[in-house]
Design a protein around this ligand. Sequence first.
Ligand code: NA7
Length: 531
Amino acid sequence: MSLRKMDVLVVGAGFSGLYLLHKLRSSGFSVAVVEKADQLGGTWHWNRYPGARCDIPSLQYSYQFDEELQQDWKWSEKYSAQPEILEYLNHVADRFDLRRDIEFNTEVISATFNEERCLWEIKTSKGDVEAKFCIMATGCLSAPNTPDFEGLNDYEGQLLHTGKWPQTPVDFTGETVAIIGTGSSSIQSIPVIAEQAKHLYVFQRTANYSIPSNNGPMDPDEEALVKSRYPEFRKENWENGFGIAGLEEESLATEASDQERQEKFNHHWEKEGLGFLGAYADLMLDKEANELAASFVRGKVKEIVNDPEVAELLSPKFTIGCKRLCVDTGYFEAFNRDNVTLIDLNTNPIDKITDDGLIAGQEEYQVDSLILATGFDAMTGAMTRIDIKGRKGISLKEQWKDGAKSYLGLGISNFPNLFTVTGPGSPSVLSNMVPSLELHVEWISQCIEWMRDNNKTVIESTKAVEEEWMIFVNEVADQTVYKSCNSWYNGSNIDEKAKEFLPFIGVPPYTEKITEVAEQNYQGFVFDKTN
Ligand code: NA7
């Protein structure tokens, strides 16, 4: 295949990649998107497991860059299910005529910066590309984590991972099924699988907090109200710490009376989903306040789950919210079914996977399907799994081995003209992802336009600014309870990964910072470095 040359190559055709293509093309750049899958959607293409659903209301988890689009599109439920989000993204691709510049079934094998020619040489499974800029729109939760269980390759039944679910629906009717992991993906899928399966064994290492979604059909009055003032609604949401409506409470749990707290927590349990953590301003700042919320949820688990021993096992012990809070539809209730059994991996560790099931705590479980709901190498995995080489042949994987340093989650030293969307050091996973990625797409596009207008060829971050920034990211996190448990926010779920906190907490100060950097001609970045 012949060599293709372009201004910008975008890797990934999810929410970020699609908007990048639209934005950069509109600004007159030659741009293409390469996508490993045979269709667009990113996260919403791969995560098709039963019950997959967004846990941020769709009136917020959607693009705002085009007023007509946000007025025209109608979401059927408060929290959209995966097929509807995928339909939305396909609609966006058609509406803005994006498909003609997306190459599907095209995996990036390597990307190397040629210092003399100041461009990226990219090898894909479908041929070579040369691009002045390379943008990683590869997602934060897109590199599935498959633990190295002994005997996994011997399993002869149906082996599934929630993060790369088959495109044809899987029917578990009449099957005995095992699921390993109790994070968000498992918590969403267990109630649905339990309805189908003959028996479902749930293997839990850490009990997780989950709040009922109370999902339902879209309320037409709420939709009309939001649409009557969509830009203002978006702006208001962006002014709170996580960029999500309902998280702006100012009162403190530690100052409320028992009765006030109970009423407030109950209200948030029944109505707010993820916004449960917004019930009080100190829940993520103060361990004592956090424990008040945590013990409320543990109380709910004990109310819902009939068997006290199972309820105890399902009761999380760590700081609430320091692992990503989950939002469910009938999760704890599923454990009241006769066909669902919970196995505690702490007392019954997995000895090995066999050809027809697994052995845990010396007990043998024969299963027709084995589901790994074991999460992702979050925030960095999608990039470090590609062979990316910057100046002097430095590998990104090597540079990040002791910790992923990035300036503002946008640029990485030694990797000129490489941008990341929602990279480490930006609010990303601790915010509403769609407006966060729109912010980055607009920032990156404007930066490339500015370079064109000002005759700049190469932009890069420096080691000094990114180190300073990542120290600040961690100092901010130190003021919260986010570092008090093992989570994928701090790399603890992947053995070989550096243990450091990656997302920046606080949408408003972050937005202010990157806006200021751009206004000051990309202060902190270096242009056309010669050495
Ligand atoms: P998560 O939230 O990372 O959950 C993964 C689960 O798998 C979690 O319960 C882990 O237990 C468990 N796990 C991981 N490795 C193992 C091994 N080796 N043995 C047993 N159990 C294991 O991933 P999800 O896909 O559920 O959710 C990801 C995000 O997607 C979610 O936060 C939302 O933002 C959407 P652990 O807690 O580490 O003890």
